[in-house]
Design a protein around this ligand. Structure first.
Ligand code: UDP
Length: 328
């Protein structure tokens, strides 16, 4: 397959790009490098620096490098907390960027599209673990934006026949030996914990311990980025082979509290990792655990990283080698 990967220099996008190349596919990465890292993009990929809000650059990339079998969209703002302060980055910018990409996709007759969607669609789940049939209640402007994009895909399918996969990630984490998680500023739990273990941070803040969970801290389903990458490739292959559009919840199916993640990191790193409970963070639901049975059944997807220790160990390996991320 020849795949256009928007946001392919970001964390999940760059790991998926590498996995696509390893599986023998060809990739064109389109990324504005605002959050992504040029070093994270495999040399075998064609790299185009550009912004999805720049329709001329986007058009040019499709003309110069197509035709494509599929488009993947990893490019968007990605933070629940930030979206509660700057909803316009999400409801205006990321939506416009996404619609520009959808428009180019159908204009250049690409048959299949994969959207990075999110567990933040499920702010008030009636059933845990959360299946694809769960009612949609976005928990933040970030989740709302992804829901709008999923609905837009439905319209692009109806109007233009585009087939799509909407992949709702639970908590992406872990690293490969060469590709890691490097956000600026860093807001994600596991890399922040590892910064404490590296001596770069005094302690980890626990955002609230009065949630209705076993130890009062939030429960999340942590899924390794390589397992997410594999899900993207399987889904795109199914669509390119003529399969129908689909929505998949992607997680391990088991949840860990913030305190349990910190404990696991203590075991992996041998560092005491001091922690302090602080206020809740706006927009955080208490429990998010995926029922990822649909993709297992339909595509035979099987996460390789099922233990939280193994996931943290893979991240620890990369962060020790890159204590200051890609910069140094
Ligand atoms: N969290 C925390 N302290 C931090 C960062 C995150 O307690 O410094 C918690 C957060 O409230 C959530 C979980 O860790 O319950 C995972 O948060 P993260 O930002 O990594 O991912 P998200 O769940 O927002 O996708």
């Amino acid at each position: 397959m020849r795949v256009f990967v928007a946001g392919g220099a970001g964390y999940i996008g760059s790991v998926t790009t590498a996995a696509l190349i390893e599986a023998g596919h060809s990739v064109v990465v389109f990324d504005n490098l605002r959050q992504g890292h040029r070093q994270a993009v495999q040399q075998q990929a064609t790299f185009v620096q550009g912004d999805l809000l720049d329709t001329t650059a986007l058009d040019q990339a499709f003309r110069d490098h197509g035709p494509f079998d599929g488009v993947m969209n990893f490019a968007s703002h990605t933070l629940v907390g930030e979206s509660m302060q700057h909803p316009e980055y999400y409801l205006r910018d990321s939506v416009s960027a996404g619609i520009n990409l959808l428009t180019a996709t159908v204009q250049y007759k690409v048959p299949a599209f994969i959207l990075s969607s999110t567990a933040n669609l499920f702010d008030a789940p009636e059933t845990i673990p959360i299946a694809e049939t769960e009612r949609i209640v976005p928990g933040s402007p970030y989740g709302e934006m992804k829901w709008w994009m999923e609905r837009a895909l439905g319209w692009y399918e109806r109007i233009f026949g585009l087939r799509y996969g909407a992949l709702r990630y639970f908590n992406a984490c872990g690293c490969t030996p060469t590709i890691g998680e490097d956000h600026d500023p860093e807001t994600h739990l596991i890399p922040l914990i590892l910064q404490v273990a590296l001596g770069q941070r005094e302690q980890i803040s626990i955002f609230g311990d009065d949630y209705p969970t076993r130890d009062g801290t939030c429960v999340r389903d942590y899924i390794h980025v390589l397992d997410l990458a594999a899900a993207h490739i399987l889904t795109l292959e199914a669509l390119v082979a003529g399969g129908a559009s689909r929505h998949y919840n992607l997680g391990n199916g088991s949840g860990f509290t913030v305190k349990e993640v910190i404990d696991a990191a203590r075991k992996v790193t041998g560092h005491p990792i001091p922690a302090q409970v602080v206020e809740r963070r706006a927009g955080d639901p208490a429990v998010l655990i995926a029922a990822a049975d649909t993709i297992r059944r339909e595509l035979g997807w099987q996460p390789a990283y099922t233990s939280i220790e193994a996931i943290i160990a893979s991240a620890w390996e990369w962060h020790r080698q890159h204590p200051h991320g890609y910069a140094k």
